[in-house]
Design a protein around this ligand. Structure first.
Ligand SMILES: *[C@@H]1O[C@H](CO)[C@@H](O)[C@H](O)[C@H]1NC(C)=O
Length: 186
């Protein structure tokens, strides 16, 4: 009896933890508008650095089909704004990408000249064990962290909560809570 109730409690925490981990984000956190940013302080990377992207999350970018596009490119092509060899090309006006692995993803506009004017985006997806790691801060001119650097050291530990929003974004926290509660019950 006690065993089965604590087991289902653990299951509940695990399910809740994984459900909380997959989120949909609009680019910029609001409209999803993929366009030349109005200023440096308005850049997409500034927003992206404030978000802890997890595997399974989606990013939605909106723009006028035929007038713009989204290219996923290598780091080299991102830095040099080279639109000639995209890894992936999206041009339907409503692009929803799913992050299926941790590490950096590089996006630039496929329209000539737009990337040079700041329409570019780096997303760094946290490793599954990276919940306790520090926030990545990729910058245009500094090398982006490799997946190994993004990965947190040692076993996953629940981070000190800073806000309820951070808690909700952090599926790992709930998984850790489930384990702690289960150990306490047993
Ligand atoms: C873009 O990349 C291709 C292939 O790597 C290269 O041939 C081309 O010169 C590059 N273009 C620019 C403008 O750097």
């Amino acid at each position: 009896m006690a065993v089965s109730s604590s087991s289902s409690l653990l299951l509940l925490f695990l399910v809740f933890g994984f459900a909380a981990a997959a989120k949909d984000y609009y680019l910029d956190g609001k409209t999803g508008a993929w366009k030349i940013p109005s200023s440096e302080s308005d850049s997409f990377n500034k927003w992206a650095q404030s978000v802890r992207f997890q595997i399974g999350d989606h990013l939605i970018l909106k723009y006028e089909a035929g007038k713009d596009s989204v290219l996923q490119v290598t780091k080299e092509d991102y830095v040099s704004c080279n639109i000639s060899n995209p890894i992936k090309l999206y041009n339907d006006g409503y692009t929803k990408v799913r992050f299926d692995h941790s590490g950096p993803y590089y996006y630039i506009s496929g329209e000539k000249g737009h990337c040079e004017k700041g329409q570019k985006l780096t997303i760094v997806v946290m490793s599954p064990r990276g919940a306790a790691g520090k926030s990545p801060t990729p910058a245009v001119n500094s090398p982006a962290p490799s997946p190994a650097e993004v990965e947190g050291p040692g076993p996953a530990v629940a981070p000190a909560p800073t806000s309820s929003a951070t808690l909700l974004q952090n599926g790992g926290f709930f998984v850790a809570m489930g384990v702690i509660v289960a150990m306490w019950l047993f």
